[in-house]
Design a protein around this ligand. Structure first.
Ligand code: SF4
Ligand code: SF4
Length: 159
């Protein structure tokens, strides 16, 4: 399915998530499934929580015990293939990379979008970070229903 449509099957997606019980703290989810020569996720992580290893074609693996959910790998990944996910009560919180302009505003209601580009429901912009070192890739903190935990991948502004 991934090779035909670009959309990974559910089992593949779930393989990149820790157990829900471990998502009380934010953790990086790497949606990088194919062998490609790339490793900025590994080199950018200040906590050595992502390993690609000696063979740069190896898909990255996250050590959830080391990951603090800081989001540095999210805006460092050239493939926009990483999100940070967390569950708090009935809400899911994500950090996503965002390269569209204008940027959304804190408090704005946006569409929550799945991997097929379809609207799941609404989401709220919690924080927008764009520092010089991020090289024009903003880091957006967003909250939505925890029902979308394994489906949500990005946002779309309503206007
Ligand atoms: S979110 Fe932060 S700590 Fe976790 S893997 Fe990414 S860079 Fe490392
Ligand atoms: S930086 Fe992104 S695209 Fe490159 S290996 Fe890491 S997750 Fe994959």
């Amino acid at each position: 399915m991934l090779n035909k449509t670009g959309v990974p099957e559910k089992s593949l997606i779930l393989s990149r998530f820790p157990d829900n019980v471990n998502l009380g703290k934010p953790k990086a989810i790497t949606e990088c499934y194919e062998p490609i020569p790339c490793n900025p996720c590994e080199t950018s992580c200040p906590f050595d929580a992502i390993t690609v290893g000696k063979d740069i074609n190896t898909p990255p693996k996250v050590d959830f015990d080391q990951c603090t959910g800081c989001g540095i790998c999210v805006y460092s990944c050239p493939g926009l293939a990483i999100i940070v996910a967390q569950i708090k009560e009935d809400q899911a919180f994500f950090k996503i990379a965002y390269e569209f302009s204008p940027l959304p505003e804190v408090g704005e209601t946006v569409h929550a979008i799945n991997r097929e580009g379809n609207i799941l429901g609404t989401a709220r912009i919690e924080k927008v970070t764009l520092r010089k070192k991020q090289d024009k890739t903003a880091l957006i903190d967003v909250s939505t229903s925890k029902d979308f935990l394994h489906e949500f991948v990005t946002i779309r502004r309503m206007s």
